[in-house]
Design a protein around this ligand. Structure first.
Ligand SMILES: [Fe+2]
Ligand SMILES: [Fe+2]
Length: 265
């Protein structure tokens, strides 16, 4: 068992295209993603695990997933993905590139367990946890009693205070949060989807949101609005006793500026 902290890197909401020159709201997503990974390479000498917490692709192309795999492989650490509302599993399953193995339902690193919850909902932008997924979650919580557990999901389980984003949150989050009351070894949930940094305490559970690797959404905006904050990543240091240290790092100010004339995405 590792006695030192586990170094985990979280990336999210890459929205990649097959054509690397294409942009989302004025930001060339393949390039901004590569910029963030390059910053990680410069900053992080020791990485135990990379998590990409959903919305990997914007155009459902196999090439977008291949791009994600190619770029993250330069970090020379295991990489696991979560599916977001933008990810098309049919593309992934039909590929001959074994992408299915990129979507584990849990990861063990040192004394830690990361539970990877699938909140993707067929045909919907909002998230739900199916009863099968909830049952699996509960059996994993029982199976890993005695280990510190980090829970990862794409959709946000607690509103961020932005009407349009909260309409597409995880719908049945109460089921998760109620379940967690019986499992105090889960202290923290990490999520993507909201394209903004967040670190709050909700009923004793720490909820951590993360910037996108491309477009940022303006916190607390009623309707769709972008932010000039830069793409970035989250680093988490998971200590063997269950403590977590975490920080978000971003590209230098002004590296990418969204096109504010676009009404949505
Ligand atoms: Fe997203
Ligand atoms: Fe999303």
């Amino acid at each position: 068992m590792l006695q030192r902290p586990v170094n985990l890197i979280q990336l999210s909401d890459c929205h990649l295209f097959a054509d690397e020159s294409r942009d989302l709201i004025g930001i060339r997503t393949c390039h901004s993603f590569a910029n963030v990974v390059s910053m990680i390479k410069d900053r992080e000498p020791s990485i135990d695990q990379i998590l990409v917490t959903g919305d990997i692709s914007q155009d459902d192309s196999l090439e977008s997933y291949q791009f994600c795999r190619k770029v993250t492989s330069t970090l020379k650490a295991p990489c696991a993905w979560l599916r977001g509302n933008h990810d098309e599993m049919a593309v992934i399953k039909e590929s001959d590139n074994n992408f299915a193995s990129f979507f584990p339902d849990h990861i063990r690193i040192g004394n830690w367990v990361v539970l990877m919850l699938n909140t993707q909902t067929d045909g919907a932008v909002y998230g739900t946890l199916s009863s099968a997924e909830l049952d699996k979650f509960e059996s994993q919580l029982v199976a890993f009693q005695g280990h510190p557990i980090l829970v990862a999901m794409h959709h946000h389980p607690v509103p961020v205070g932005s009407r349009w984003i909260d309409e597409i949150a995880l719908r049945n989050s109460e089921a998760v949060l109620t379940l967690l009351k019986g499992y105090p070894q889960v202290q923290t949930i990490i999520h993507g989807h909201t394209h903004q940094e967040r670190d709050i305490d909700h009923q004793g559970v720490r909820i951590l949101g993360i910037p996108s690797t491309c477009v940022q959404f303006k916190p607390e905006a009623e309707g769709f609005a972008t932010d000039d904050l830069q793409p970035g990543y989250r680093k988490l240091r998971l200590y063997p006793d269950g403590q977590i240290e975490t920080e978000v790092y971003r590209l230098p100010a002004g590296t990418w500026i969204p096109d504010k004339s676009q009404p949505g995405y």
